[in-house]
Design a protein around this ligand. Structure first.
Ligand SMILES: NC(=O)c1ccc[n+]([C@@H]2O[C@H](COP(=O)([O-])OP(=O)(O)OC[C@H]3O[C@@H](n4cnc5c(N)ncnc54)[C@H](OP(=O)(O)O)[C@@H]3O)[C@@H](O)[C@H]2O)c1
Length: 249
């Protein structure tokens, strides 16, 4: 099961897991796009691709996804979106929806899937965080910090049950994410952009080896290390850079 499977990193997980012969359960909020992606993946890889229509900011939808997650072998909690505005300039409802999608949905779905996996003695959970989880840049960054801590705790809880938990912490990845959030990154050096195929490939290798934290690429491994050991006042200035960019024209 992959949440947010119709675009970017989630769609790439669907491709790479489909290519390995896994049947797919894809979760997303837009019916037409979801049906189209399911049909394409089923046709390309000869696997079953089941569509679960859900807006993960809606509690009833999250409950249905959690119910379906009880019988999956691999869960990828990936769905998410970004914020362009400073916390106090943004609508509170949007900030709350971000927590619902990035954190609450992950908690509820992982609880259902994790219990079943523990009972069966096998399973893989991959939670998508971000290197932003190690800086301090608004609700997005705070939510990703929660994802990292939550995933590390769950990994420890499930370690003796034969279930692995890996938290993926990418840097900037070329997807629809920044365009949707109206975040302009025109001046970001090419070296800091990652390709979703590489991010997912490295993450699946790390998950296969039972690694708890997956940071794709050497450059972001280095930056993540610096963010974890640097004095917090420097980390806070880094967080400032992740916020308040001019909107895309
Ligand atoms: N791109 C980056 O630079 C980057 C870096 C670090 C971490 N991440 C994380 O990676 C994950 C995937 O992001 P991406 O870059 O692949 O972005 P993306 O291309 O915008 O894809 C986001 C996916 O999440 C789905 N989604 C959004 N809101 C949802 C909701 N309320 N309920 C259910 N599904 C929802 C979208 O569905 P629709 O297409 O139907 O809207 C889409 O399938 C996110 O958790 C993001 O925080 C991204």
């Amino acid at each position: 099961m992959i949440t947010g499977a119709t675009s970017g990193i989630g769609l790439e997980f669907a491709h790479q897991l489909g290519a390995r012969g896994h049947h797919l359960v894809l979760v997303a909020p837009e019916a037409d796009r979801l049906e189209q992606v399911c049909a394409e993946l089923a046709g390309t890889y000869g696997v079953e691709a089941e569509a679960v229509l859900a807006d993960l900011s809606v509690r009833a939808d999250v409950a249905s996804v959690a119910e379906r997650a009880r019988s999956v072998d691999i869960l990828v909690n990936n769905a998410g979106f970004g914020l362009q505005k400073w916390f106090l300039d943004n609508e509170r409802a949007v900030e709350e929806a971000l927590l619902d999608v990035l954190c609450r949905a992950m908690l509820v779905v992982s609880h259902a899937a994790g219990r079943s996996m523990r009972d069966r003695g096998s399973g893989t959970i991959i939670n998508v965080a971000s290197v932003a989880g190690w800086v301090a840049g608004g609700t997005y960054s705070a939510a990703k910090s929660w994802v990292i801590a939550f995933s590390e705790g769950l990994a420890t809880e499930l370690a003796s049950a034969g279930v692995t938990v890996t938290v993926l912490c990418p840097g900037f990845v070329r997807t629809e994410f920044h365009q949707r959030a109206q975040i302009s990154l025109d001046n970001l050096p090419d070296a800091l952009w990652l390709d979703a195929r590489r991010v997912v490939r490295e993450c699946l290798t790390d998950a296969g080896e039972g690694r708890v934290i997956s940071v794709p690429s050497r450059i972001y491994k280095g930056l993540a290390w610096i963010a974890r050991v640097a004095p917090r006042r420097f980390v806070r200035s880094g967080g400032k850079l992740t916020q308040h960019r001019p909107p895309l024209r």
